[in-house]
Design a binder for this molecule. Sequence first.
Ligand SMILES: [Zn+2]
Ligand SMILES: [Zn+2]
Length: 264
Amino acid sequence: MTVSQWQRRIARAQELAGQHPFAAEILGFYVHLARFQENLQSKLSRAMQSPAASLDRELTSSEISELGSSFAEFLSLAEAKGPKPLAELSRDLRSRGPDFWSDLLSASWLAPSASDAQQILSQAFLQPCAELLRSRAALRSSQSAHALCPFCNRKPALGVLRQMGDGGARSMICSFCLGEWDFRRIVCPGCGEENDKKLAVYTAAEFDYIRVECCESCKIYIKTVDLTKNGRAEPLVDELASAPLDLWAREHGYAKLHANLFGM
Ligand SMILES: [Zn+2]
Ligand SMILES: [Zn+2]
C-alpha cells in the first residue's frame, strides 16, 4: 500500500513537471524527496517495531538515534538537489553536527506548527515517520469537526473533494502525518466562519480542478483539489505544482493556512 502511494506521487510529479515548466524545479526536487521518504519509511517500519499509542508523545532516544543517522543523508540530498534557499539552509544545518540535529528533530516533532525554516525542513524529513506512526495509531476515526488533524493536532496542508452522492465531500489532509478527516464544505478551517457570503472560492483556467478557498473574515486561504473534476490528481503533488495560485492569493491579501516546504 505504502509503496504504491509513493510511486503514484512520483509519477504524477514527473508528469506535471513536463506540463508546467514554472514548477519543474520544485517537482524535480520533490521526486528526489519522495524517493528518500519512501526509503526512510520502509527502514523505519522495520526498525520501529513497537506499536504507537499516539503521535502525541516525545520521540524515544532510540527513535531519535535511528532518525539522526538518516538526517545527514537527507540534508546532503537537499543541499545537492533542492532549490537554492533549501540548499543553503541544508548546508548550514549539516555543518552543525549530530547533537544539534537530535535537538532540532525532537523539537520539530513536538512543535504544533513549524516556527521557522529549520523546523519546516525537519518536519518534511520527519513526515514519513509521522505517517508510519499514524498508520499504527489507536485512533482510527476520520470524523472530526476540528480544523486540526485528529491524529496529531497539526493544521491541514490542503483539502480534497471526493465524490459522494451527486456532489463532492470535502476532507482535510494533515500537513504532518498526512492523515485525512472529513470537514464540512462551508466552514473556514482557519477561523470557523460559516457564513457562505464570507467564503469565496476562486479557480484559474490552468488548474480548473483546484479551488482556492478564501475567508473574508480571517483572510486565510487553503487550496482544495477537486478529485471529482480530475481523478488523475495526486493532491499533495498537484498542490505543489499549482504555485501560481498561491502567488495570486498572496497578491490579493490572503495568507495560507499552512505553507508547504517551498514557502508557498
Ligand atoms: Zn496529522
Ligand atoms: Zn476564516
